[in-house]
Design a protein around this ligand. Structure first.
Ligand code: PEP
Ligand code: MN
Length: 362
């Protein structure tokens, strides 16, 4: 039997684990009706609903607050599903526990603040309840790991992480850039913590949710927390990204699950051959990088000798433009080429700065 995605939730067979519900609990009726429609899909393992809503912009709907807890719980009881909500401080924890909320999550705006995370951890000492931690808004993995460690230190053992994407100055087409590599980094740093994906807050618009889910699934994610509302366009928060339960069912039903590995001789042989070729190409890349660094050092010495500044803006813009054009002719993705050369340039500058500092010390 497969190990469950989240040990405290019963999944549905051969389908991703799904926690779904509205961004915000808006009324008793809205929560109950949405919950019933979600339960009818037969795909849901738990219901979500935001009660206290941390909003970036003041003046937006900030949640119903405490009265919504019993509406959420009642919707869970009516559909025989466990319920979860977001907590951001000790008072929220206390009230959620008193209302019988089955498990909790910590939101992206709270994970960024160790004071709040510690306050929540302290309030949960001695309580056996599962807690999921969303990644912090900004791509600082240490805060994510730190929050999980604070909860672990408070004695909590049923933990999970939710990947909901990261704010980026330019994250289009998504609301929050997925930065999947950070999800892998969390897996490396905390291999015991299960990770699920929140495609709603990554996508920011419902039209992109299927695509995000498929990417997550292809990368080995087996569970989702998705925002779903009986009438998304009327939602008081995150209207653009919520899905009707029917649409959610359709998206989940169309996802293609891939095999984690395949015990087939031909497949293994093909893969090994191509991987061997990749290893050789990587070796060439490293040799070329070494050659490039040696040139960067020589340029650094010439600049130092003639007392010329390291960063030459005009030259850098020209390099970037030429590499981009050349990459485009070769059919390479512009973003990849741009980011690659930004990285190379960043370290070239570092190398020349280090060189200059060494000369000055001597
Ligand atoms: C939410 O899940 O409704 C929410 C506020 O999410 P996040 O903390 O990811 O922004
Ligand atoms: Mn939301």
């Amino acid at each position: 039997m497969d190990t469950p995605v989240l040990p405290w939730l019963k999944g549905t067979q051969n389908a991703p684990l799904l926690v779904a519900g509205p961004c915000s609990v808006e009324s008793e009726e809205q929560m109950l009706e949405t919950a019933k429609q979600l339960a009818d899909t037969g795909m849901i393992s738990a219901l979500r609903g935001g009660v206290w809503k941390p909003r970036t912009k003041p003046g937006s709907f900030e949640g119903i607050g405490s009265p919504a807890l019993k509406w959420l719980k009642a919707a869970g009881e009516a559909t025989h599903l466990p319920v979860t909500t977001e907590v951001a401080n000790a008072k929220h924890v206390e009230e959620a526990l008193a209302s019988g909320i089955d498990f909790l999550w910590i939101g992206a705006r709270t994970t960024v603040n160790p004071f709040y995370v510690q306050e929540i951890a302290d309030a949960l000492k001695g309580v056996h309840i599962p807690v999921m931690v969303k990644n912090p808004i900004h791509p600082e993995i240490g805060l994510w790991v730190g929050a999980l460690e604070r909860l672990q230190s408070a004695g909590l053992t049923q933990l999970a992480a939710i990947h909901r994407g990261f704010y980026a100055y330019q994250s289009r087409p998504f609301r929050n850039e997925p930065k999947w590599e950070l999800m892998f980094e969390l897996r490396r740093l905390a291999p015991e913590i299960p990770i699920i994906c929140d495609p709603s807050h990554i996508a920011g618009q419902r039209e992109l949710i299927a695509e995000v889910c498929q990417s997550a699934l292809d990368l080995g994610i087996k569970g989702f927390m998705v925002e779903s509302h009986r009438a998304p366009e009327k939602a008081l928060s995150d209207a653009a990204q919520q899905l009707t339960p029917a649409r959610l069912k359709e998206i989940m039903g169309r996802l293609e699950t891939r095999l984690e590995s395949l015990d087939d001789d031909l497949f293994i042989h093909q893969l090994e051959k191509l991987r061997g070729q990749i290893d050789q190409v990587d070796e060439q890349i490293l040799n070329m990088l070494k050659e490039r660094i040696s040139l960067v050092e020589q340029i650094g010495e010439v600049k130092e000798e003639h007392q010329v500044t390291i960063f030459q803006m005009k030259r850098w813009f020209k390099v970037l433009e030429q590499r981009r054009t050349s990459g485009k002719i070769k059919g390479l993705d512009e973003k990849i080429v741009h980011e690659l050369f930004q990285l190379i340039h960043k370290y070239s500058i570092h190398i020349q700065i280090n060189l200059q500092q060494k000369v000055h010390k001597e």
